[in-house]
Design a protein. Structure first.
Length: 115
């Protein structure tokens, strides 16, 4: 290996190391989700609903149900404190009044169906 290749490899290793060692803090009372490729500033209600749907899928998986889970398992997960708290936290971290509005409307609709 040449000297230049070794230096380049070392630099790439150093640059990659911090990203590889950063892990989300989780525990019994905390769930971490990572959302890539979401519209943080949806311009329309339809875009806000798509963003909310992506957040919902990530939170549902983080709280115990996968995309392949039965509908009843997904619903039980969505009824859990883990899902409610993580969903509310994730939506609050996206600075979008339209997303907050769509989330509030959906929560009100879910509350009506629960009665």
């Amino acid at each position: 290996m040449t000297h230049r290749t070794l230096i380049a490899t070392s630099l790439l290793t150093l640059l990659a190391a911090p990203a590889a060692t950063q892990t989300p803090v989780t525990g019994a009372d905390r769930v971490a989700i990572r959302l890539d490729h979401i519209d943080r500033h949806p311009a329309t209600p339809a875009a806000a609903r798509r963003t909310l749907s992506r957040i919902d899928r990530a939170v549902t998986e983080a709280c115990g149900a996968s995309g392949f889970s039965l509908r009843e398992v997904k619903q039980a997960t969505r009824d859990s404190a883990c899902w409610r708290e993580t969903m509310a936290d994730a939506v609050s971290q996206v600075d979008s009044p339209l997303l907050h509005q769509v989330y509030a409307e959906r929560a009100a609709g879910d509350a009506k169906h629960a009665l």
